[in-house]
Design a protein around this ligand. Structure first.
Ligand code: FPP
Length: 253
């Protein structure tokens, strides 16, 4: 199924959506390999099923009116996986971009890629560039794919960039504050920190994802593997978020 087939909310879904929705949801999509293993399938089958969950969750996020959806698709550390798995993941990405391009356009979704994307294989870089360029002006939702991404790597490149500006005499170190650093991160293009970070498959850690940006995010851990994480599971995570009291270090009102 493609985005356009169900971008209109069903009555049941919209009435179940909580009033307090996160503006920015970020997801660590985990458990593709275990999902496949349990079914006697190969890891690539797990990733293919995971790509279907990506389609379903993008559609639902758009219907729900979420402003930014950030997906951890390939970490800097994932390069250490077998070459065949890495190739398979990037070929899935190319397929995904080809099949969703029209729908992203139709539904005014802006695609951005975050990370050391210069390290990606050429076909993936070309496919990304095309869709990123095509959707640059869209404002209904931002879909951010983290590719060759790491939170520490982002902080390192931001530190380097600030140091270079100091060396060039264009930045006074005394003026560096949180917003200066935030503006230097790859994630500056996302227009705000995540309100909700979801991790699937029962693991409970951040694994180098949005380390700076998640300072005040609500964390929701789902026991469901990513290929089985669809509308009902996403709705449950949104409902869990709505039940949280966010204090940002202050006392409750
Ligand atoms: C984690 O599962 C998942 C990944 C490293 C890759 C995520 C990729 C997809 C969901 C498919 C393609 C993405 C797009 C954007 C089209 P794992 O392999 O670490 O699972 P395991 O921990 O059970 O082994």
């Amino acid at each position: 199924m493609r985005l356009h087939e169900s971008v209109t909310s069903t009555k049941d879904e919209s009435s179940a959506l909580p009033a307090a929705l996160p503006r920015h949801v970020a997801i660590i999509m985990d458990g593709n390999g275990r999902w496949a293993k349990r079914r006697g399938l190969g890891r690539s089958d797990g990733h293919r099923a995971g790509a279907e969950s990506v389609r379903a969750i993008v559609r639902m996020a758009r219907r729900a009116g979420i402003g930014t959806l950030t997906l951890y698709a390939f970490s800097e550390q994932n390069w250490s996986r077998p070459a065949t798995e890495v190739q398979g993941l990037f070929s899935l990405l190319v397929d995904f971009l080809a099949s969703e391009r029209d729908e992203l356009r139709r539904h005014e979704i802006r695609l951005v890629a975050i990370g050391h994307t210069d390290k990606l294989p050429l076909p993936a870089r070309l496919a990304l560039r095309k869709v990123v360029d095509d959707t640059r002006a869209h404002t209904a939702m931002t879909l951010a794919l983290c590719l060759s991404y790491g939170g520490r790597e982002d902080l390192v490149q931001a530190a380097r960039s600030l140091a270079e500006q100091v060396r060039a005499g264009t930045l006074d170190p005394a003026t560096i504050d949180e917003s200066t650093l935030a503006r230097s991160l790859w994630t500056a293009r996302l227009g705000g920190d995540p309100d909700l970070v979801i991790r699937t498959s029962g693991e409970q850690r951040l694994s180098n994802f949005l380390l700076w940006e998640s300072a005040y995010a609500e964390l929701v851990f789902s026991d469901v593997d990513w290929p089985d994480f669809r509308e009902a599971e996403f709705l449950a995570a949104l409902q869990a978020f709505a039940g949280r009291q966010r204090r940002f270090g202050a006392v409750a009102a």
